[in-house]
Write a protein that binds this ligand. Structure first.
Ligand code: PAF
Length: 282
């Protein structure tokens, strides 16, 4: 696997692949990679001839009181894992490469509508940072397809909107969430959990399953959201939201033929903010 930190080298390597008629897949990450990321790489590998993975902790998507400073940076371990998972190139841009005028003076990409509510309401500016960096990464790598995890459900909707609206010729592939044995969704932030918190964190997945069952049993959206928040608070979480939405993140209507739903939770356990979701038919 190649490790590249120079934009000209990245471009010439990918251009050569393209001249050989190879299909290029891209997996953007912030590093500190775990089995969940490796599964995205394996999915990319199955769909393309070459796989590029970026590792960049993007400053513009963190709020002032968020964990940018302490976000784990493990480039050596990332390289070992990526190589084993079948990546061909690890792209390690510097902040200067990504933001030549500095992160405060960047041309910003702002996605409307799908960024409202949920994460957008609780992390102001977060999706502007995500859309801004992903647009840059797409211009740098110019992949045929890009893989994003379903765990970041709203982020996936933001990326789909971005790709369609800015006419990026890139297929977006959604990858399923990988879970620990007790159901906790894999995340780099899980390592912030203390020994006491770790078993309690699985309550988020149990609560999502309860929300699904309650909707399917006929409870109203409002009742399910209120009870889910209560359950999480009782288990020691500070809840940002426990929500039932349509897959496009609109509020569910009750009309026939519109039965797809997603339950989404964001909640903090101690200093760790966790998000997860579950898609189902109502
Ligand atoms: O999902 C992530 O890890 C990040 O939001 C992404 C897409 C790599 C952009 O920094």
């Amino acid at each position: 696997m190649l490790t590249v930190d120079d934009l000209a080298v990245l471009r010439s390597t990918i251009d050569a692949w393209r001249r050989d008629g190879l299909r290029v897949a891209f997996v953007p990450t912030m590093g500190n990679l775990h089995a969940g990321h490796h599964s995205l790489v394996e999915l990319a590998r199955a769909r393309a001839d070459r796989v590029v993975v970026s590792v960049f902790v993007n400053p513009t998507q963190f709020g002032p009181n968020e964990d940018f400073g302490r976000y784990p940076r493990t480039p050596e371990a990332d390289a070992t894992g990526l190589s084993a998972a079948g990546a061909d190139l690890m792209w390690l841009p510097t902040v200067e490469t990504m933001y030549p005028y500095g992160p405060q003076a960047t041309v910003e990409v702002r996605v409307p509508h799908v960024t409202e509510g949920l994460e957008g309401a609780h992390r102001p500016g977060h999706f502007d940072g995500v859309a801004t960096v992903v647009a840059r990464l797409f211009n740098q790598v110019r992949p045929d397809l890009a893989v994003f995890g379903r765990k970041d459900y709203q982020q996936l909707a933001v990326i789909r909107y971005l790709v369609r609206d800015l006419a990026f010729p890139i297929e977006i592939v959604a990858a399923d969430t990988l879970r620990e044995a007790d159901g906790l969704a894999m995340s780099s932030r899980n390592q912030y959990l203390s020994e006491q918190e770790r078993p309690r964190a699985a309550e988020i997945h149990r609560c999502l399953q309860w929300m699904r069952q309650a909707v399917q049993a006929g409870s109203t959206r409002e009742a399910v959201e209120a009870e889910a928040s209560q359950r999480l608070q009782t288990a020691g979480f500070v809840v940002d939201y426990a929500a039932i939405r349509r897959p496009d993140l609109g509020l569910p209507d009750t009309g026939p033929g519109d039965a797809a739903r997603v339950a989404l939770i964001a909640a903090r356990l101690g200093k760790t903010r966790l998000i997860d979701n579950l898609e189902f038919a109502a």
